[in-house]
Write a protein that binds this ligand. Structure first.
Ligand code: GLY
Length: 392
């Protein structure tokens, strides 16, 4: 069943009381996890509902620190701030010693932990770590093709590609330009998003997950998936990274052409929501499928819509705000955890990766919580409950 804006309006929207209660539940879960996850981080995804402690590795640890900052902003409770500050030390150590950073995910890691620390508390340590991370990310910029290489050793032919997720790493570069006065970071980010839009956005407004560039000529070569169901399918989270990534670049660049791009990728996402509004992990699947959902894709998309409504004309803004409230109500009703005996995560029914015949990943975190689903769900609640100054 294809959704339309008209069909979406028939669903109930989240009211303020529902949003406040959902935020209270989220903060309660974070508080219960606090001592376990101060000197350690939660694993990227839960295992049968429960996160395990890990070191500061992978691309996902910033989401927990970001959730701590959101909990601190919501409650004013020093305990959340203290824990987040302990983790800022860990991020400085991580970038200084180049621990598990041979990839582009510096924005996911450092915007939500260290830029947040700088913006909220003036932390010089946070600023320093985030600028080091921005330099590290800038080192992945490839002039041939004008993009940030996602994974592996820079300049390696088998790794010469970008992925749509990278749009969320660009704000770290825009921020670095703002605080240093050096244009170079923002220039790379702007070139990257231009290249990305040119390559990953398909005519039907769905998106490729990853796109290889020709190393010799710098020309776009071909798109393939890593986590989607097929090379030509629309991986739900990839589409959401597109929605929020375009909104974030619009925030910094105010390039009017991004408005149409935002509308295209967002409307595709909305059209493909199933009848309970919680997306399947890939839009190959629709209402009635037994495939798992990816609640995190919905939370990310809602954040993107709520950022973009600040810049749209009144009519468009109203449309996406109303859509966001319906999707949010679906998430709160069907995916919010309220039972600490069942899970120590906040948002149930996420999917990190679902292996298929055509993709290159294995099943991981299927129908589990994941730290970014928790984070973006809390960010969406924060956006709906306050006039939030973002960490991105
Ligand atoms: N950025 C990796 C993912 O969305 O799984």
């Amino acid at each position: 069943m294809a959704q339309t804006f008209e069909s979406l309006m028939k669903y109930p929207k989240a009211d303020r009381e529902t949003l406040e209660k959902a935020m209270e539940d989220a903060v309660r879960i974070i508080r219960a996890d606090l001592s376990r996850f101060t000197n350690h981080f939660p694993s990227s995804n839960s295992f049968q509902g429960f996160y395990e402690p890990t070191e500061n590795v992978e691309w996902t640890t910033g989401f927990w620190t970001g959730s701590l900052w959101l909990a601190y902003e919501h409650t004013g409770d020093q305990a959340f701030k203290d824990a987040a500050q302990v983790q800022v030390d860990s991020f400085l150590d991580r970038i200084r010693n180049k621990i598990d950073v041979n990839h582009h995910d510096m924005g996911f890691l450092f915007s939500l932990s260290c830029v947040a620390a700088y913006k909220l508390t003036g932390s010089e340590k946070g600023k320093k770590a985030a600028l080091m991370a921005a330099d590290h990310l800038a080192g992945r910029y490839r002039e041939k093709g004008k993009f940030l290489q996602a994974w592996g050793n820079v300049g390696e032919a088998s790794e010469y590609r970008m992925i749509i997720d990278c749009l969320l790493n660009l704000p770290l570069l825009y921020w670095a330009s703002e605080v240093t006065g050096e244009d170079n970071y923002a220039r790379m980010a702007e070139n990257h998003i231009r290249t990305a839009i040119n390559c990953v956005l398909r005519e039907d407004d769905s998106t490729y997950h990853t796109y290889f560039m020709d190393m010799e000529t710098g020309e776009p070569a071909y798109g393939v998936t890593h986590q989607g169901n097929r090379n030509d399918s629309a991986w739900a989270r990839g589409q959401s990274w597109g929605i929020y990534g375009i909104a974030l670049s619009y925030h910094y660049l105010k390039d009017e052409s991004y408005i149409d791009l935002f509308v295209r990728v967002t409307d595709f996402f909305i059209r493909h929501l199933p009848n309970d509004l919680v997306p399947y992990w890939d839009f190959d699947f629709d209402t009635g499928s037994t495939e798992p959902r990816d609640s995190s894709a919905a939370a990310i998309a809602v954040c993107g819509m709520l950022e973009m409504v600040k810049y749209l004309d009144d009519q468009q803004a109203e449309k996406y705000k109303e859509a966001a409230l319906r999707i949010m109500n679906g998430l709160i009703g069907q995916c919010a955890n309220r039972d600490l005996e069942k899970s120590n995560g906040i948002l149930l029914h996420g999917t990190y990766a679902r292996g298929s015949r055509e993709n290159t990943c294995r099943d991981r975190g299927v129908d589990e919580c994941n730290t970014w689903g928790d984070y973006f769900y809390m960010e969406a609640l924060t956006r709906l409950l306050s006039d939030w100054k973002m960490y991105w």
